[in-house]
Design a protein around this ligand. Structure first.
Ligand code: PFF
Length: 467
């Protein structure tokens, strides 16, 4: 990101901006499908524990590094230790990879916003609608192009004015809507073909109960890896974004308080999004495991049914349109911060004009997004390690590169520049009540834990060990 002359106005300004980047598709789309897939309450428990330890530690480090060096990620590590320049470069890879499939999901959301705005809510609720859309060769690519085009246009014109002002209203409205839909989802009742009645409250129980039955070591490891990668993705840590945001933070703003507020906000939205989706899938599928495990399509397959059941067609149509428009907005703000990061680095490195950089990045991203989009349909026969392209890009960025960046950050802070550097930065504006926890997690717990999860999951993924 280009250096802004101004910095965030204070605590609220900083927290809102950081939450704007953090709250996005990760909370609304990714978190609920992982919670449904990974045994409901068990995933929630593991995730919450990670937020309070890893999330807190990594977010604090990223923001403190940014504020201390006043540099974006690619330069921050180099400024502190020239030999660690590679970590900045590795960090830069993450937004590039994420962008390639964020564009595809953004396209899906754009499509659904268009579907609801043009009055096709009943069609969207039909079984097979989503699948036939994502497997078609043209439509998803066109919508991804549209989504990326708008993102590139905004990044070219500058983010400051409109978007930031609008997001102050959109985010709270989105939150209220999520609460309302979640409340409604709990009142759902549905009778399946065999006459069995399922209710939203039973769905809630499924969402909150830790399901231990049939739990094996390898499955537990899988859940840990899922929760850890979700944590990095959702909080926008270990990808340089929070370092850049930290570099705009004023000296007087409390890092510790900001970190707590961002965590509460981000996790709160994720939990609510799960509440809106998981009980509803349960009601409509009768707890059928293959439906609960359906992954990336969950939001697009379940919510249309919820809207459809809202009675009187019209009403569900309006709620659906409003919902997908707001999600589109949340996705756009996150996509903008991803693309802005990449564009500013291209400008810095190649000394090109902003317009040229935007065009280069747009074309490059679209080319990279193509496999993720077509991988659901015409290229579905191509599998990498048993995954389609979108799942593979998601896996490589969130479950491999981000944990590696996080691990290297822990080593860098814990053993190279030493934890005192971050502690001093935090204490320069407030007290640091979780200092001991921070030091223990960053020096010992996080590195050991990350290595253990990474190694075992990679080895078992490659079939080298069976756990
Ligand atoms: N944290 C965002 C989400 O949960 O959707 C994803 C994201 C946005 C990651 C922006 C990185 C970023 F720069």
């Amino acid at each position: 990101m280009e250096k802004k002359a101004s910095s965030f106005s204070g605590q609220i300004g900083f927290v809102l901006a950081a939450a704007g980047s953090a709250v996005g598709v990760g909370n609304l789309w990714r978190f609920p499908y992982l919670a449904a897939k990974d045994g409901g309450g068990l995933f929630l428990l593991v995730y919450l524990m990670l937020v309070l330890t890893f999330g807190f530690t990594l977010l604090t480090s990223d923001i403190a590094i940014g504020r201390r060096t006043k540099q974006s990620a690619i330069r921050a590590y180099e400024t502190m230790r020239p030999k660690w320049k590679f970590l900045g470069i590795l960090t830069f890879l993450v937004p590039v990879l994420i962008m390639t499939y964020y564009a595809v999901i953004g396209g899906w959301i754009t499509k659904y916003a268009a579907v609801y705005l043009t009055g096709q809510s009943a069609a969207a609720a039909e079984d097979g609608y989503f699948t036939s859309f994502i497997t078609s060769p043209v439509s998803p690519v066109v919508f991804a192009l549209l989504f990326m085009g708008v993102t590139a246009f905004i990044v070219y014109n500058g983010v400051e004015g409109g978007i930031e002002r609008v997001s102050r209203y959109m985010m709270p409205i989105l939150l209220v809507l999520v609460v309302v839909i979640a409340g409604y989802a709990l009142t759902l009742r549905h009778e399946d073909a065999s006459g069995q009645m399922r209710t939203g409250l039973e769905g809630l129980r499924y969402y909150l109960t830790p399901h231990m039955e049939g739990l094996t070591v390898s499955r537990f490891l899988q859940i840990l890896l899922d929760a850890m990668s979700q944590l990095f993705f959702s909080l926008s840590v270990s990808m340089g974004i929070m370092i850049t945001y930290g570099s705009y933070m004023k000296k007087e703003t409390s890092i510790e308080k900001s970190v707590s507020q961002i965590e509460i906000f981000d996790t709160g939205v994720a939990l609510l999004a799960g509440l809106m989706i998981v009980p509803a899938v349960f009601v409509f599928s009768g707890g059928d495991q293959s439906a609960m495990q359906s992954g990336p399509g969950l939001m697009f397959q379940t919510l249309p049914k919820v809207f459809d059941s809202m009675g009187g067609g019209q009403f569900g149509q309006i709620v659906g349109a409003l919902f997908f428009l707001l999600v589109l907005f949340a996705a756009l703000t996150s996509a903008i911060s991803l693309m802005e990061t990449v564009v500013s680095i291209v400008i810095d490195k190649f000394h090109v004009k902003r317009a040229v950089a935007c065009i280069i990045v747009f074309i490059g991203m679209m080319l990279l997004a193509l496999p993720s989009s077509l991988g659901n349909g015409v290229w579905s026969h191509i599998q990498i390690l048993g995954m389609d392209f979108l799942t593979f890009f998601d896996f490589i960025s969130n479950s491999v590169i981000m944990p590696i960046v996080a691990l290297l950050t822990c080593i860098f802070i814990g053993y190279v520049v030493k934890t005192q550097l971050v502690v001093d930065e935090v204490k320069s504006s407030s007290k640091f009540s979780r200092e001991k926890l921070f030091v223990v997690v960053i020096k010992y717990i996080a590195p050991i834990f990350i290595v253990a999860i990474l190694v075992s999951s990679v080895l078992s993924g490659l079939g080298i060990i069976t756990i």
